[in-house]
Design a protein around this ligand. Structure first.
Ligand code: 16C
Length: 247
């Protein structure tokens, strides 16, 4: 049966059966597994990661990468938040109901396919960055639980015959994004809003899909990624303030 919007509630603790029978499942499972594993790997020992933003517990690193003159710098960000769980963070990131409230780069968002309670396909258009053409993206989004009180959302570009690329005003960009969150609390205590800390790892690689000036693009992401992560984290803290904790 088709998944209704209202069914997409808190991220389920186990994979939804409707996802495992879908044609995208092998790809969704493989990429999500890889992304979640890579998200918690450090940046310290690895060559090439440069710190470009730091504020409180938030650190953002990038690796400069150009292919045929197009900037594809991978980004990796680490952050910590107190009083909200990994499951709550992922709920607000995955669920389209809240997206316009925290996502400031968005112009439009449509659900192309509701695969299951834990997987959706989205078409999004973004605000135009002058002087480049406007961009859109078509991607699946999957939320899952992992060991050690971890939840993660992985977004990855896909195709759909009803949403051909580069057919209108927009150039199609390609994304791989992973928001992985892990909650911890002091041994011997019960988890509560007062004692939990959630570690966040956000990884993103955006292929602009066509020409965009490198300098403008780097200036935009240096401003927009920190803005996104701070705004999103604060948004979730606000949303959860008077609600019972869900781990
Ligand atoms: O992960 C984020 N959001 C998710 C839900 O929407 C999802 C989205 C991924 C798309 C990321 C690409 C965004 C491109 C935006 C281009 C327009 C920005 C205009 C801003 C100026 C007012 O996973 C949070 C995403 C936070 C995005 C930060 C901005 C990153 C810019 C990267 C460079 C894009 C190249 C565009 C070429 C013109």
């Amino acid at each position: 049966a088709e998944v209704t919007r209202d069914e997409v509630e808190l991220p389920p603790p186990a994979i939804d059966n409707r996802l495992t029978v879908h044609s995208l499942w092998p790809e969704i499972d493989r990429i999500s597994t890889e992304q979640i594993q890579a998200a918690f790997e450090g940046v310290g020992g690895q060559i090439g990661w440069q710190l470009f933003a730091e504020e409180g517990d938030m650190r953002m690193y990038r690796r400069e990468m150009e292919i045929d003159g197009m900037v594809m710098d991978p980004l990796k960000a680490m952050h910590k938040v107190h009083g909200v769980s990994a499951r709550e963070m992922c709920h607000y990131f995955f669920n389209p109901r809240y997206r316009y409230e925290w996502e400031t780069t968005l112009e439009t968002m449509n659900i192309v396919e509701a695969i299951s309670t834990d997987a959706l396909v989205f078409h999004q258009t973004f605000k135009r960055i002058w002087p480049a053409s406007q961009r859109d993206a078509l991607f699946w989004s999957h939320v899952r639980a992992a060991p050690h009180h971890t939840y993660a959302v992985t977004n990855h570009s896909t195709t759909n015959a009803d949403y051909p690329s580069n057919s209108g005003a927009c150039i199609r960009l390609f994304v791989t994004v992973c928001l992985a969150c892990r909650t911890a609390w002091p041994a011997g205590e019960a988890p509560s809003r007062d004692n939990i800390t959630t570690s966040i790892a956000y990884c993103s690689t955006v292929n602009p899909g066509g020409w965009a000036p490198a300098g403008v693009l780097r200036a935009v992401y240096k401003r927009e990624y920190p803005k996104f992560l701070k705004r999103f984290t604060n948004y979730v803290v606000e949303q959860c303030r008077d609600k019972p904790l869900v781990i």
